[in-house]
Design a protein around this ligand. Structure first.
Ligand code: SOE
Length: 384
């Protein structure tokens, strides 16, 4: 019989929905040893958070995260609020003996990341960061194929993460365009995913050189906003983060990488693409065709790319999902992540990826920011 884990979620907008859906689905699709109980959701607007709780099946609400963290009936604090709030909540949760699950990027500064890591280590709680794209069957399969040496020594890493939701200069401000809440723009929001995928598949990044740019420096002030939509209020507000970032990377293992992140690429919706060229082959994946992993092997005399349908057969995660031919989407990546987390906690293991991966990802982003200032290659701090 499965035991239970009481969840307290902070944040009830875009990520709040994605995480709530994951808690509802994980135990129904996966055979888990630990069942999540949706105990409490927390947000500052009482009426809105009450409505959210009703709609998504949370037992109770809080309007102050401190109350949530102190509750005896909460075992795990899930942080789905903006980056600027992560450190304080995660550290308090760890000190209160709660496991912590945190959205990306781990925090807006490397210092905060280090303190978060120290806090979870000191209290011995389990910790996980939600890099959901690792949890697509295609990326999990790519990892297995690299470990089985199917593409040999990786030489080139090419990451592009392109979106277009900010291309209209009339799109109003929200927290994602303010440095004090988001830390960075496309660089942190999208770059974090690319850096994590590259680190997951290829390993540590040692040095970087890059540039960032803000093309649209002023936008209509925020009226209302939710997720990636909003309405304008009165007047305008300066944009204090980048619209795009571009950098080169030297991997500790010898590979060279290029990374581009932007929210100003018309037509590109969630074009999160990674391509790896190795001595024996190539792997390529893009979220806009998320169920397909492209594979080219130099051993194949027919010299063509193979489109592997990663959602078929016994590919990662597929034992839990639909009959053959029925594919997965964005929401499933969150369910897979939560299932991995619950199973790891049930087995008294730390889930993957944990805060260490989150901190090392921010270390890369941070080194790029230093390089933008210095105009030079910068070393990436290695967090152990
Ligand atoms: C917006 O750019 C966003 O929702 C990111 O914040 C997510 O992390 C990414 O998965 C999709 O795009």
């Amino acid at each position: 019989m499965s035991s239970t884990l009481n969840i307290g979620l902070v944040g009830y907008k875009f990520m709040g929905k994605a995480h709530s859906h994951a808690y509802q689905s994980a135990g129904r699709f996966f055979d888990l040893d630990l069942t999540p109980v949706m105990k409490a959701v927390c947000g500052r607007n009482e009426a809105a958070v009450k409505e959210f709780a009703r709609q998504w099946g949370w037992d109770s609400i809080e309007t102050d995260w401190r109350q949530l963290v102190e509750r005896d009936d909460i075992d795990l604090v899930d942080i789905g609020s903006p980056g600027s709030t992560h450190a304080e909540i995660a550290i308090a949760a760890a000190k209160a003996g709660k496991h912590v699950y945190c959205e990306k990027p781990l925090a807006n500064s490397l210092d905060d990341c280090k303190q978060m890591l120290a806090a979870v280590r000191e209290s011995g709680v389990k910790h996980m960061i939600n890099f959901n794209y690792r949890k697509t069957p295609a990326m999990a399969l790519a990892k297995k194929m690299i470990e089985a040496d199917e593409i040999g020594e990786v030489r080139h890493v090419r990451c592009t993460y392109l979106q277009d939701w900010l291309v209209d200069p009339e799109f109003p401000m929200n927290w994602r365009m303010r440095k004090e809440t988001a830390g960075a723009g496309a660089h942190g929001d999208l770059g974090a995913h690319s850096v994590d995928l590259a680190r997951f598949l290829v390993g540590d990044i040692a040095e970087v050189v890059g540039e960032t740019r803000t093309f649209i420096t002023e936008r209509p002030a925020e009226g209302t906003s939710s997720g990636l939509t909003g309405t304008a209020g009165e007047g305008t507000e300066p944009v204090t983060v980048d619209d795009c970032s571009l950098f080169l990377a030297k991997f500790a293992g010898g590979a060279l990488g290029s990374f581009e992140a932007t929210r100003l690429a018309p037509g590109r919706k969630n074009f999160n693409r990674i391509e790896l060229n190795g001595s024996k082959g190539t792997l390529a994946w893009c979220f806009e065709d998320l169920n397909v992993l492209e594979f080219y092997s130099t051993a194949d005399s027919r010299q063509g790319f193979k489109r592997i349908i990663a959602t078929e057969g016994d590919h990662p995660y597929m034992h839990a999902w639909w009959p053959p031919g029925h594919m997965l989407g964005y929401d499933h990546t969150f369910v897979n992540a939560v299932a991995d987390m619950l199973q790891a906690i049930a087995q008294d293991k730390n889930p993957s990826p944990c805060f260490l991966a989150g901190a090392n990802c921010v270390a890369v982003l941070n080194a790029v920011e230093r390089s933008v200032e210095s105009g030079k290659w910068e070393s990436v701090e290695k967090i152990d």
